[in-house]
Design a protein around this ligand. Structure first.
Ligand code: THU
Length: 138
């Protein structure tokens, strides 16, 4: 499917961010770009010798947006570096959980095979912050 110009641009920014991935263990670079009311924030995967500490590109981009003060994160593009095969990168389950919480209800994921997917459908049954009343037992 054809992407809108701003969506294609976001994908290019994600792809450029993938060039800054730190992935000496997997060699699998991922870039992400989040569109917000404050502009675009990017991220790349950052691995660690203690493998479980690896940060995914998606969560790095979302954390960058949140810490800059963004509250409306409406699009997230995910891509590999330019000139690499497309269609191989898709947010993991942990990233989907974080996307559902931090992005707007109508948010869209843009993948580098030009697919647009509603974030609301990415994780059926996602855990949600319990209402205060439920936590306090009132
Ligand atoms: N990775 C991401 O950055 N995002 C995903 O959603 C899936 C996986 C990274 C983690 C690791 O550095 C590399 O890709 C291989 O799994």
């Amino acid at each position: 499917m054809e992407l809108a110009e701003h969506e294609a641009n976001l994908l290019r920014q994600a792809s450029a961010a993938a060039l800054r991935a730190y992935c000496p263990y997997s060699g699998f670079a991922v870039g992400a770009a989040a569109a917000t009311e404050l502009g675009v924030f990017v991220g790349a995967n950052v691995e660690n010798a203690s493998f479980g500490l690896t940060l995914c590109a998606e969560r790095v981009a979302l954390a960058n947006a949140i810490t800059a003060g963004a509250i409306k994160i409406s699009l997230l593009a995910v891509a590999g570096p330019p000139d690499q095969p497309t269609g191989l990168r898709s947010p993991c389950g942990a990233c989907r959980q974080v996307m559902v919480e931090l992005m707007t209800p109508d948010a869209v994921l843009i993948q580098d095979n030009n697919e647009r997917l509603p974030v609301a459908g990415l994780l059926p049954g996602a855990f949600r912050r319990p209402a205060a009343a439920a936590v306090e037992g009132i």
